[in-house]
Design a protein around this ligand. Sequence first.
Ligand code: LLP
Length: 412
Amino acid sequence: MRKTLPFTNEFLLELTEQYPTPFYLYDEAAIRRNARRFITAFDGFPAFQEYFAVKAAPNPHLLKIFKEEGCGVDCSSLAELLLAERVGFSGHDIFMSSNDTPAVEFEKAKEMGAIINLDDISHIDFVEKTVGLPEMISCRYNPGPLRTGNSIIGNPIEAKYGFTRDQIYEGYKILKDKGIRRFGIHTMVASNELNPDYFLETARMMFDLVYKLKVIVGVDIEVINLGGGLGIPYIPEDKPINYEELANDVMAIYQEKILDRGLFPSKIAFESGRLMTGPYGYLVTKVLHKKETYKDYIGLDACMANLMRPALYNAYHHITVIGKENDRLDHKYDIVGSLCENNDKFAIDRYMPKLDIGDILVFHDVGAHGHCMGFNYNGKLRSAELLWHGDRDCEMIRRAETMDDYFATLNF
Ligand code: LLP
C-alpha cells in the first residue's frame, strides 16, 4: 500500500523552485477538518477540551488554527507558554504539563492563569515557596506497575513522570489542606498508541481514581486530562483511531463511573499533539547524491537535524517520490542525511523506485514532533515551514535558519 499526497506534483515542484529544499509543508484544511471531527466526536460529554500539545508543532500560525477551532493548549515550557500568549491563549485554556520545571515556568503559567499540572509531590512545596500556589491545580498520575507503557514513553514504572499511587492521594490531601478548591487530574502512559482499548483502560483507571479521591480525600475533580499519545497510522496498513467509536466507548465508562456515581460531571480532556498535526505535515527534500558501496545509499539535502524520529525511535515515515508514485519498488536503499553520525538514516533497506539525483522525496506524517525536534549538530540549519491554505495559496510561516542565526549566539 502507498500513501498519497494532497498536493499536485506541479504545485509541489513549483514550491521547490520558490523555496530551497528541505522544507516542511502543512495542510491547513486537513488540520482543521481533523480537529473539528475530533472535537465533535466528544460532543456528548458535559464538557470536552482538546489542549493541543504545543511541543508537537510549536508554530504560532498552527496554534492560531487550533484556537479558531476551539482548542486549548498544553504547554511544557516557558517558550511554549510565550507562544500561547502571543496567540491569545489564557486562563484555563492552557494546561501546563511539564516536568523538572524551573520556578520561572511555574511563575509564567500562574501569571497566565493556566491549570498547572504538577509532576511530583515535592512540587507542591516548590510551587508554594517559589511562586505561590495557583487557584487550580492538577496532579499527574503514574500508575506504575498497574499499567504497561509503550516504547516511546517507556514502562510506567521506569518513566520519570508523575505521582505514584500512594502519593496521588497524599498530594490531593495536602493541596486540600492548603486551601486549594479546584482540581484537575492528568495521566499519560503511552505514546503513539493506535489501540483504542488502551485509552479505554486509561479512562477506567482515571474515573475510578477520581471516585476514590472523592471518597478518601473529599475532592471534586473538574478536569480529567487523559493525556496525549493517541497514535496515527504511520504505516500505510495501520488502522487509524476511530474518534466516534472512541468517544462513545469513553462515554459509556464515564456514564457508569462518573455520572451514575453522582460525581462532579468533570470535563474530559486530551492533550494530543501527533493526532492533531502529525498526518498533515510533510518534509520535502531532494536527492543530492547516490553512493554504491557495501550498500546502496541515497543522500538527501535533509538530515537527522530536520527529522530525527527515524534515528531516535527507529520510526517509519512513508516516502513518496514525486513523479515515480506508481513505479515498481524494486530498489533497496538506505536513505541518509549528511550528519557525521551513522544513525543519520531516514530509512534502512527501504524498497523504493529507482532513485536519481534531483528526485524530490516527500516524507509523510512529520507534522508532529518533526521540525521542532531539530537541532544544530554539525552546523546544520533548521528548515523553513510552509502552511498550505489550499489551491495555490501557500505561506511561509517560519523562514529557514541562516548562517547569521548560527553565529548569532557566539561571542567571538
Ligand atoms: N502531553 C505530554 C505531557 C507529553 O509529554 C506529550 C508527548 C504530549 C502531551 C503529546 O503527545 P502526542 O499526542 O503528540 O503523542 N517526540 C516523540 C513523542 C514525545 C512523547 C512525549 N511527549 C515522537 O516523536 O514520537
